[in-house]
Design a protein around this ligand. Structure first.
Ligand code: NAD
Length: 485
């Protein structure tokens, strides 16, 4: 470890605070140490909650919507000014290629803050006038909001939740993933430098159980939890907040399907599948892990997708020709490897990948957390590998014969986050897409996001919707005021 490894501290009351101990933040490209991270203990989490409460009871509680929107725009400007620093921080933590970190993670952080500033100012107040009464809606902040986020899109997810929470006048305590503390720490500096009053934005570092995550969700002083992560952790958090009946917004796991019909534009569909299976090394909650293809084009789609998977360029994230990085950690790779071994033992026939890739000179797949883009066929929906989320660059391909069968196969899951439907037949597209039992159903695209549209999952994929006014609804307490005529 270099003697100069930086240290990432907790951020409370606009100041950086040492933790009870430190742990090493590792770079999954080669296993090197990125930084030492100060883990928050119960005392530090308690200080964060106290600071957040004091902010709400202080001047922040009186800031008007235009003042909060102006702060948010300054935040967006400062992230833009420090764009390269954020990009390098995200790359060091995740190993993701620059060509992803730039447009996906850091740009979206800027856009999240600008969009929710706009949403706040453009949002009208609903009113209902009858001869008997005028009813109108008053919004107030929820209070102290715990923001708990994962490692796959760290800054994007943090800002997706912190922006509307701050727009609504809350004070937030962010618990970034233990795997990706860097951009949250940098973002704390930005919030301070943009002029956020002390206590409005706090960061506590650490793990889940017996660490910052658990201490935060069990703290009696928080008023709501917004969480993105696995379904299992969502369930644990729900139990933690149940005694206090706190509002939760949960964006959880998925086992997302793509339906590829015989009347699709095959090349367009295969290009879309390549993105939806392999983007961010398959570590996007929306990624496709089940591909159902009409039998008449199954061989053609399979062959073309395999060719595209094998053409992906794994390598140095700073090289602009690199398309694909490693998994987040060796521990996560072990889970992906076990899942693929399980698929094979259930009868999967590998089409490509299945193990550690060969890499350009200077990179060692074993030292980092690399795993090759992997496709298989031969499993049906009864296989564990076709039911449980793997969260890696993997998918199983399955042929179908009829539209009804395809819809039934896609919906045969406990999850319900996203689906994509590939067809040039407009009637079929509009018939099938709404039948998907998911929160997001794309026709001839995948991960095309509109930030004002509702985002969230059905079934085990989540509770609630965020985006535009849906976010403002979650991050505020709504009081209906009724004035008699
Ligand atoms: P995870 O659930 O392990 O961790 C997420 C966060 O929760 C981390 O900050 C972690 O420290 C914290 N945490 C863990 N245990 C906790 C506890 N007991 N109490 C409080 N906090 C706790 O998820 P992950 O492995 O970081 O992320 C991958 C998962 O996230 C996948 O399942 C993926 O599908 C999901 N995800 C969902 C969406 C969505 O929008 N639906 C987006 C991205 C990722």
């Amino acid at each position: 470890m270099p003697r100069t490894a930086p240290e990432f501290r907790n951020f409370i009351d606009n100041a950086f605070v040492d933790g009870r101990s430190t742990y090493a933040d590792l770079n999954p490209i080669d296993g090197s140490t990125v930084a030492l991270v100060h883990e928050a203990d119960e005392r530090i989490v308690d200080a964060a909650v106290t600071a957040a409460r004091a902010a709400l009871n202080g001047a922040w509680g009186d800031w008007t919507a235009p003042e909060r929107a102006a702060l948010m725009r300054r935040v967006a400007d400062l992230v833009e000014e420090r764009f390269e620093e954020f990009v390098l921080a995200e790359i060091a933590d995740t190993g993701k290629p620059r060509i992803l970190a730039e447009p996906l993670d850091v740009t979206r952080a800027v856009v999240n803050f600008r969009t929710f500033a706009d949403t706040l100012l453009s949002e009208g107040t609903p009113a209902f006038l009858t001869p008997q009464a005028l009813n109108y809606v008053a919004r107030k902040p929820l209070g102290v909001v715990a923001v708990i986020v994962p490692w796959n899109l760290p800054l994007l997810t943090l800002t997706w939740k912190a922006a509307p929470a701050i727009a609504c006048g809350n004070a937030v305590i962010v618990k970034p993933s233990e795997e990706t503390p860097a951009t949250a720490t940098l973002f704390a500096e930005v919030m301070r430098d943009a002029g956020a009053p002390a206590g409005v934005f706090n960061v506590v570092h650490g793990f889940g159980r017996d660490s910052a995550g658990q201490y935060l969700t069990e703290h009696p002083g928080i008023d709501a939890v917004t969480f993105t992560g696995s379904t299992a952790t969502g369930s644990t958090i729900m139990r933690a907040v149940a005694p206090r009946v706190l509002p939760v917004s949960f964006e959880l796991g998925g086992k997302n399907a793509a339906l590829v019909f015989e009347d699709c534009d095959v090349d367009r569909a295969v290009a879309g599948l390549e993105r939806s299976v392999f983007l961010n090394t398959g570590q996007v909650c929306l990624c496709t892990e089940r591909v159902y293809v009409h039998r008449s084009i199954f061989d053609e789609v399979t062959e073309k997708l395999v060719a595209r998977a094998e053409a992906l360029r794994l390598g140095d994230p700073l090289d602009r020709s690199t398309t694909t990085g490693p998994l987040i950690s060796q521990a996560h790779r072990a889970k992906v490897e076990a899942a693929v071994a399980g698929a094979i033992s259930e009868g999967a026939q590998l089409l490509t990948g299945g193990g550690r890739p060969s890499l350009p000179a200077g990179l060692d797949a074993d030292a980092g957390a690399w795993f090759a883009p992997t496709l298989w066929t031969g499993l049906d929906n009864s296989a564990v590998a076709m039911r449980e989320e793997i969260f890696g660059p993997v998918a199983g391909l399955v042929p179908f014969d009829t539209e009804e069968e395809a819809v039934a196969l896609a919906n045969d899951t406990d999850y319900g986050l996203a689906a994509s439907v590939w067809t040039e037949n407009v009637d079929r597209a509009h018939r099938v897409a709404p039948q998907m039992r998911v929160g997001l159903s794309w026709i001839n695209s995948w991960y095309a996001r509109e930030l004002r549209a509702p985002f969230g999952g059905a079934g085990r994929s989540g509770i609630g919707r965020e985006g535009g006014g849906y976010s403002l609804d979650f991050y505020s307490t709504i009081t209906n005021v009724s004035v008699a005529s």
